[in-house]
Design a protein around this ligand. Structure first.
Ligand code: ASP
Length: 365
């Protein structure tokens, strides 16, 4: 073999092995070309599993009545895009979501993702709290394999139900290598949203999920995901949170800010033993004086961690802006919505009570 042949062979070997090496560096082995991905569908209820009295019933239906087997049977096309298996983890309307359901779901997701025969997970879920479950899992799932949460705005019995196409797209996305390492994804209406930013914005319309100013991550189109952005914040395998040995989470609640607000809810949560309070303040997380700020100062003196968030929906809550956070020993939520700040604060409290360390977590996740 002459030199140039030898060099060509070396390049050929390198080019074949390189993609494999790259994927292995994410901790997720490359899939054999032409092989269907193994996707596990975990069902939790919601409108995607809901039924109404007639095909035109799109409100006033009952959520969480159809089991996972029927959900899968209703979309025979799933078999052409992945080897799917289903499991009913629980069956609830997602307004009834709680910390215990989250822990159960997270443990099941982590156990399944450790298996070599699971390439990705789809979770069917109600849309009311889908964004919260997504962010919780985004912080506690210990794998880079895709986790896609999907719901529907119309029940399964409705004319133009959106569940089947959303489930079909979610299964493709969960089986795709493009979704590896992107964090937990929320998919409805052909739009791929990241867990940290996504929020429900319309009570009834199928086009309801937005990531507001920071934007969604990509589209599903013609059986393929197209990604255009990804989160700069740490998630999944790169977080410090571990729920494997937890059965409960620290008590954290949200107090909503509004004109004429009084201190009653803050005092009630403190009396009930809360470890943390998220204040969904007006504007830049402003605190009403004299009613609210003194109540939060009193709460902090009793050891409760205070996070200043905003009800506005966009923008950074500025540290030491609308309150003297350094002096009062408060934390700010950065751009997290109050409901997601509550989740991060609960998980932060499983690690530390140090407000500086907690503040750093809000700038990290
Ligand atoms: N209330 C329902 C739920 O969150 C709404 C839905 O799924 O769209 O379970």
């Amino acid at each position: 073999m002459n030199h140039s042949q030898h060099d060509r062979n070396r390049w050929a070997i390198l080019l074949c092995v390189l993609p494999l090496l790259l994927l292995c560096s994410s901790g997720v082995p490359a899939r054999e070309p032409g092989k269907l991905a193994n996707v596990m569908i975990l069902a939790t209820g919601g409108t995607i599993a809901g039924t109404g009295a007639t095909s035109t019933t799109t409100v006033g239906y009952t959520a969480a009545t159809v089991g996972v087997d029927r959900l899968i049977q209703a979309v025979p096309e799933l078999k052409t895009v992945a080897n799917v298996k289903g499991e009913q983890v629980f069956q609830i309307a997602s307004e009834n979501m709680n910390n215990e359901y989250w822990l159960k779901l997270a443990k099941r997701v982590n156990a399944l993702l450790k298996q070599d025969d699971v390439d990705g997970i789809v979770i069917t879920h109600g849309t009311d709290t889908i964004e919260e479950t997504a962010y919780f899992l985004n912080l506690v799932v210990k794998s880079k394999k895709p986790v896609v949460i999907v719901g529907a705005m119309r029940p399964s019995t409705a004319m133009s139900a959106d569940g089947p196409i959303n489930l079909y797209n979610a299964t493709i996305l969960a089986g795709s290598e493009a979704a590896v390492g992107k964090g937990v994804l929320v998919l409805l209406n052909d739009q791929i949203n990241g867990a940290r930013e996504v929020t429900k914005t319309n009570t009834a319309n199928a086009d309801t999920f937005r990531s507001w100013e920071l934007g969604f991550l990509g589209y599903m189109q013609d059986n393929k995901p197209y990604f255009y952005r990804q989160s700069t914040r740490r998630h999944t395998a790169d977080t410090e949170f571990d729920v494997s040995n937890l059965d409960t989470l620290p008590a954290v609640d949200i107090v909503y800010g509004y004109a004429n607000m009084n201190r009653l809810p803050i005092d009630a949560f403190v009396a009930a033993g809360d470890k943390g309070i998220v204040h969904a303040g007006v504007g830049d997380g402003s605190l009403a004086r004299p009613a609210v700020e003194p109540a939060l100062i009193d709460a902090r003196k009793k050891g409760v961690i205070i996070v200043r968030s905003s009800r506005v929906g966009n923008g950074i809550v500025a540290r030491n802006g609308e309150a003297k956070d350094d002096e009062l020993d408060f934390v700010v939520s950065d751009t997290l919505s109050p409901q997601k700040a509550r989740i991060l604060l609960m998980l932060a409290l499983t690690k530390t009570n140090d407000t500086k360390a907690i503040q750093q977590m809000f700038y990290t996740y």
